[in-house]
Design a protein around this ligand. Structure first.
Ligand SMILES: *Cc1c(COP(=O)(O)O)cnc(C)c1O
Length: 403
């Protein structure tokens, strides 16, 4: 119910929050890059041939990625499904319409066991939505060459390689070797690089198709960018007359994403990095003299040029564990939403890549306030498994409140 007040959050009866978690769908992903909102609004006022619009998107995508071709869809998750489907159907429209119930001869997709993570939904489901079946190779913490080769045969449509902090980080077959093995069996490799800054390296390492989110670091509207070999991109694009219909992108997001790609080309990456480093310093200084917490700057686990502040909590000294601190910060006004994926290991992280002017200081003040008021830091039962079950609880809770 809208309420009075001047801010956007107030007008829409929303809790204000500061995102120090990362580019999270559940928090609204990212802030728009310069020019994105205007390009989106302008497109809303015109008719256009969507094929022409997608051709302009392809030009922007190929310029930034060096891929032969590219197109846009609803999300990176949709991109995985459509890229897999394209590898199954090629340019046969009858096969496109037959998915997902009649997947044809090539219906298996090889994925390393350690890559079968979830990014909010399971990777495996994005593949199986196309009608394909995942053929897991290796074990969660080890994938040997013979295991990859052993999974490839005449029914293999594609192999999917996931780049994410969520995948197992050791014992995996690296992309260049994975691609070499798959290509020896003429199987194309689809790389899910949804959250990666590097727009060229995965294609250079042997990917045939690579997928990015438009709404993460690029600061575009919600979109998936699919780039790669022209024949595979055309086949994936053809899915728009089939299973892709429910994953469609509209003109506003096409032109918004093109604007985001152009903004990325012009972005002062060094200045953005310097602003992030400054935020980390503000938080380090705020925590320096507080007992029970140890701040440490840590690099991004997939190699993005992004550092975060890891706040390690000593429950014996603080009287509360990292999960409780994270939850209490989320109950502040404005809510401070930290990165809590690994909170059971005794730490949370602060991500500086989505801050607005002045928010680093608000976060610093909230950290000090929460960590110096022990009476606030009372554990609740849900803190214990917040990292595992918290997001499911939030989905289940939605709509249940009548207030
Ligand atoms: C975020 C993410 C996705 C999903 O991206 P959407 O564009 O939000 O669908 C898929 N894979 C990885 C590795 C991600 O980080």
């Amino acid at each position: 119910m809208p309420t009075s007040g001047s801010s956007w959050h107030q007008r829409h009866a929303l809790n204000e929050l500061i995102n120090v978690s990362g580019t999270m769908t559940a928090l609204g992903a990212s802030l728009a890059a310069p020019g994105v909102a205007a390009a989106t609004a302008e497109a809303m006022d015109h008719f256009v041939s969507i094929h022409e619009a997608q051709a302009r998107a392809s030009e922007a995508i190929t310029r930034l990625t060096t891929a032969e071709a590219g197109f846009l869809t609803a999300s990176a998750s949709a991109g995985i499904t459509l890229a897999v489907a394209g590898c199954m159907t090629g340019l046969d429209p009858a096969l496109v319409e037959a998915l997902p119930l009649h997947p044809g001869d090539r219906h298996e997709v090889v994925v390393q066991a350690g890559h079968l993570c979830a990014y909010g939904a399971p990777v495996e489901q994005a593949v199986s939505l196309a009608g394909a079946r995942v053929r897991t190779v290796g074990q969660s913490t080890l994938c040997m060459d013979h295991q990859v080769l052993g999974g490839l045969h005449e029914h293999t449509a594609a192999a999917v390689f996931v780049v994410s902090h969520h995948v197992v980080h050791y014992g995996q077959c690296p992309l260049d070797r994975f691609a070499e093995l798959c290509h020896s069996a003429h199987v194309p490799v689809i790389v899910d690089a949804a959250s990666e800054y590097d727009l060229r390296g995965f294609l250079e390492a042997g990917a045939d198709v690579v997928i990015y989110s438009g709404h993460k670091f690029l600061g575009g509207p919600t979109a998936g960018i699919v780039a790669g070999r022209r024949d595979l991109i055309r086949a994936a694009y053809l899915q728009n007359m089939g299973i892709g219909r429910g994953m469609k992108i509209g003109k506003e997001s096409i032109f918004g994403t093109i604007a985001a790609l152009e903004a990325w080309e012009e972005r002062d990456h060094a200045a953005a990095r310097a602003a992030e480093t400054r935020a980390l310093t503000v938080w380090m200084d705020a925590l320096a003299d507080l007992p029970g917490v140890t701040p440490r700057v840590v690099p991004d686990p997939t190699g993005n040029p992004l550092d975060r502040l890891q706040v390690e909590v000593d429950p014996a000294e603080l009287g509360a564990n990292a999960a409780t601190v994270a939850r209490v910060l989320a109950e502040c006004d404005p809510a401070i939403i930290v990165r809590n994926h690994e909170v059971e290991l005794g730490f949370f992280q602060l991500d500086p890549c989505n801050l607005k002017e002045g928010q680093a200081e608000v976060v610093a003040a909230s950290l000090r306030s929460v960590l110096t008021q022990r009476e606030l830091l009372q554990a609740r039962p849900e803190d214990a498994d917040a990292a595992r079950n918290g997001s499911t609880r939030a989905y289940l809770q939605w709509g249940a409140d009548t207030a």
